[in-house]
Ligand binder design. Structure first.
Ligand code: GLC
Length: 446
C-alpha cells in the first residue's frame, strides 16, 4: 500500500470513529490555529516605527533612548531618519511629507511650537483618551499645554528647555561685579571688561534668521514688558514701543561692538563655541551648553555660572520655553506600537540616562530633584522654578508663518542700516495681522 493509500484508510477510520461533523470541526480548528497563531508566531518580524530626528539629537537618541527601548521591547524597532539641525528647517520637511499624503513617519518628534499647526491640519492622532489627567500632572504644565489644540492632546513632552544667561564667574569676580540683573548692567559690565582688555566680546546671542532668533527674541521682548501675539485675542504687539526697544537693544549690542559683527549669522552652536573659547563674558543659550562647556577641552571649565535672563529696570525676566515631545502621525499603520514607544520614551526611566548624558531639561518634574541627576547637575532643583515660569512663543495654529515673518524683519533690522527697528517692526506687525486675519476668515467660513 502506498503512503497516500495508508493516509486515506487512516482518515476514513477517524471519520467513522468520531463522526463526520466532529471530524470536520477538529480539522477546521487545526487549520485556524495554524494560520492565525502558529504561522504568524513562526514568521513574525518586529514592527518598525519610523521617526525623523533633528540632526544633533541622533546620537543620544540612538545610543540611549532607542537602545534601551528596543532592549525592553524586542517586538518593536525604531528607525531614525536624520533631519536638518535647525527647528524650522526640520519642521518644513515634516510639513512637506504630510502635505504629500501618507507621511512615512509613525512617530512625530515635535518642537514645543508645532503641535497647534500639525493638529489643525489633521496630521496627528488625538492622544487624549490614552493618558489620564493624573498621569499628565507629572509633567511640566506648560509643556503639556503646548501639546493641546482645541481641547485635545496631540503631543507628550519628552524633554523641556528654557533659555538662560551664562556668565563668566571668574571675570566678574576679578572685576568686583555681581551677575547683572538688567540690560543696562549687562552692557556696562561688558564694556568695562572689554575696555580693560579682560575679554574680547561682551555678549553673544542667536541672531541668524531661523527659529532660534524668535526664541531668543521673546526673552528680550518679555524683559522690556512687550508681547508678540496674544493667543486669546490675537492682538499683535510687535510695533509697540516695548518691542521696538527690544530690537534697538539687540542692535545696539552689535553697533557698540559688545557683540561680534557676525552675531546675525549665529545659531546656538556658534555662540556656544565662542563662549567656550574664553572670548566672551555673557552668552544666551539653552541648558545643553552646561555639560559641554564643562568638558576638559573647554577653556572655561568650572569658570562660569548661569542665571535667568536680564530685563529692563522695573520689569521681570522671561525664559523662553523650548523643548521636544512626541505625537503619532494620523496615517501610521502602527498606532498601538507607536503609543507603547511614546509611553516608554517619555517615562522617568527612559529620560534619566538621556538627561544625564545631554544636560537637557527633563519634562517630568520629579526628575529635577532626582538624586542621580542632581549628583551630576546640582543646579537642577533651581532650574525647576525657571522651567515652570517660562514665556511661550504664541501657541497658535499659524505659528510657523508668524515666526517666519518675525525672523525676516528682525534679521533685516539687525543687518540693514536703512531698515530702522521701528520700520521693521511696523512691517512685521502688519504682515502678522494680515496672516492672523486670513486665518480667522478661513475658520469662520469653515
Ligand atoms: C531648542 C529648543 C526649541 C527651539 C530651538 C530654536 O531646540 O528646544 O524649542 O525652537 O532651540 O533653535
Amino acid at each position: 500500500m502506498s503512503k497516500l493509500q495508508k493516509l486515506g484508510v487512516q482518515l476514513v477510520s477517524w471519520i467513522r470513529y468520531l463522526g463526520l461533523p466532529l471530524f470536520l470541526g477538529i480539522l477546521i480548528g487545526c487549520v485556524l490555529v495554524y494560520q492565525f497563531w502558529v504561522q504568524p508566531a513562526l514568521t513574525q518580524q518586529p514592527v518598525t516605527l519610523t521617526l525623523m530626528m533633528i540632526a544633533p539629537e541622533v546620537p543620544p537618541w540612538s545610543d540611549i533612548l532607542i537602545k534601551n527601548f528596543e532592549k525592553e521591547n524586542p517586538d518593536i524597532r525604531i528607525q531614525i531618519i536624520e533631519g536638518p539641525n535647525a527647528s524650522d528647517l526640520y519642521e518644513n520637511l515634516y510639513t512637506a511629507s504630510f502635505i504629500l499624503g501618507d507621511s512615512p513617519y509613525d512617530l512625530v518628534n515635535m518642537d514645543v511650537v508645532w503641535a497647534g499647526k500639525f493638529a489643525a491640519a489633521g496630521w496627528l492622532m488625538d492622544l487624549s483618551s490614552r493618558i489620564t489627567d493624573e498621569e499628565l500632572k507629572a509633567f511640566l504644565d506648560k509643556d503639556v499645554e503646548a501639546g493641546r489644540y482645541e481641547g485635545k492632546l496631540y503631543r507628550i513632552p519628552l524633554r523641556s528647555d528654557a533659555g538662560m544667561l551664562y556668565y563668566r564667574k571668574d571675570l566678574l569676580e576679578q572685576a568686583g561685579y555681581e551677575p547683572p540683573e538688567t540690560f543696562e548692567e549687562l552692557i556696562n559690565i561688558s564694556q568695562d571688561l572689554q575696555e580693560k582688555k579682560a575679554v574680547r566680546w561682551g555678549y553673544v546671542w542667536q541672531g541668524r534668521q531661523y527659529e532660534g532668533l524668535s526664541a531668543m527674541f521673546v526673552e528680550i521682548l518679555e524683559g522690556f514688558g512687550g508681547f508678540w501675539v496674544n493667543p486669546e485675542t490675537l492682538e499683535v504687539g510687535l510695533d509697540k514701543p516695548e518691542a521696538i526697544q527690544a530690537v534697538e537693544f539687540l542692535k545696539s549690542t552689535i553697533d557698540k561692538g559688545i557683540s561680534p559683527p557676525g552675531v546675525p549669522t549665529y545659531q546656538e552652536e556658534e555662540t556656544r563655541r565662542l563662549f567656550e573659547s574664553g572670548d566672551v563674558v555673557f552668552l544666551r543659550n539653552w541648558p545643553y551648553v552646561w555639560p559641554l562647556a564643562n568638558e576638559e577641552s573647554s577653556k572655561i571649565k568650572g569658570k562660569f555660572g548661569i542665571k535667568p535672563m536680564v530685563h529692563a529696570l522695573g520689569k521681570t525676566s522671561g525664559a523662553c520655553l523650548g523643548g521636544w515631545g512626541l505625537g503619532i502621525s494620523k496615517t501610521s499603520k502602527h498606532p498601538e506600537e507607536a503609543w507603547r514607544a511614546i509611553q516608554y520614551l517619555t517615562s522617568a526611566e527612559a529620560q534619566r540616562p538621556y538627561i544625564i548624558e545631554t544636560g537637557y531639561l527633563p519634562s517630568r518634574k520629579e526628575l529635577f530633584t532626582d538624586p542621580e541627576i542632581v549628583s551630576k547637575y546640582s543646579h537642577y532643583p533651581q532650574l525647576l522654578e525657571v522651567a515652570e515660569n517660562t514665556v511661550l512663543r504664541p501657541p497658535i495654529a499659524q505659528y510657523a508663518q508668524v515666526s517666519d515673518i518675525l525672523q525676516r524683519y528682525l534679521s533685516a533690522a539687525l543687518t540693514n542700516s536703512r531698515f530702522t527697528p521701528a520700520k521693521a517692526m511696523k512691517s512685521a506687525a502688519d504682515e502678522t495681522r494680515a496672516v492672523l486675519e486670513a486665518g480667522n476668515k478661513l475658520e469662520t467660513k469653515a
